[in-house]
Design a protein around this ligand. Structure first.
Ligand code: G3P
Length: 219
């Protein structure tokens, strides 16, 4: 499973990249707005930190404007994956420009039927939102396994990018369901490290080691 960081914050990206386990980055207009830096400038900065697929999302909603915006974003860096919403215009843009070699992440996917549209349009990634379905009392994780199964049935090349993952449990469940990628807020990536038995075991190892060598030293 590839791990992407779902953030536009450079400190978080540097920390994650430093661990050597981050394969890419996803951003969206809300995450960019939170940082207060114009989209293209922030995307260039992100590309300099993480060498992997970087999703940059369009803010146009109409096909006629989405196409030039997608081309402009894709031209920023070879690692850019243009993110478009799962709308008629987003799918039409994906179908047109993926034939030219531009890669797309179709986002805001909330049903298996929508995921089929993204695959048929030639998207590199589809982003089903797990947490936001859980928020409305629908099982977000079932959607991940359903899409994985449907893509397997037909040999679709589109990768399932599990998004809106809110906890380490979500990450493990998405992996179990077969998601190719999980995009994680930094906090969730950080939480994945934690286990009380790891801390307890390490503490014991170090105490035993120190004790043994102290004893050898005093003989
Ligand atoms: O990048 C989109 C997605 O991951 C958002 O997550 O927690 O705002 O639903 P969330």
């Amino acid at each position: 499973m590839k791990f992407f960081l779902d953030t536009a914050n450079l400190d978080e990206l540097r920390k994650g990249a430093d661990w050597g386990i981050v394969d890419g980055v996803t951003t969206n207009p809300s995450l960019i707005a939170k940082e207060g830096i114009p989209l293209e400038e922030r995307i260039r900065q992100i590309c300099a930190i993480v060498d992997g697929d970087i999703s940059a999302e369009v803010v146009s909603t109409k096909f006629e404007e989405m196409v030039p915006e997608a081309r402009k974003l894709a031209a920023i860096h070879k690692n850019i994956v243009v993110k478009v919403p799962l709308t008629r215009d987003g799918i039409k843009t994906t179908a047109k420009l993926s034939k030219e070699g531009i890669r797309f992440n179709v986002t805001l996917c909330f049903s298996s039927g929508q995921a089929i549209l993204a695959a048929k349009a030639g998207a590199t990634y589809v982003s089903p939102f797990v947490g936001r379905l859980d928020d409305i009392a629908q099982d977000g994780m079932t959607l991940i396994s359903d899409i994985c199964q449907i893509y397997r049935n037909y040999g679709f090349k589109t990768e399932v990018l599990a998004a809106s993952l809110r906890s380490p449990l979500h990450v493990a469940q998405a992996a179990l369901a077969g998601a190719h990628v999980g995009t994680l807020p930094f906090k969730v990536l950080d939480m994945l490290f934690n286990h009380p038995l790891t801390d307890k075991g390490l503490d014991q190892f170090l105490k035993d080691y120190a004790k043994a060598f102290q004893e050898v030293g005093t003989r």
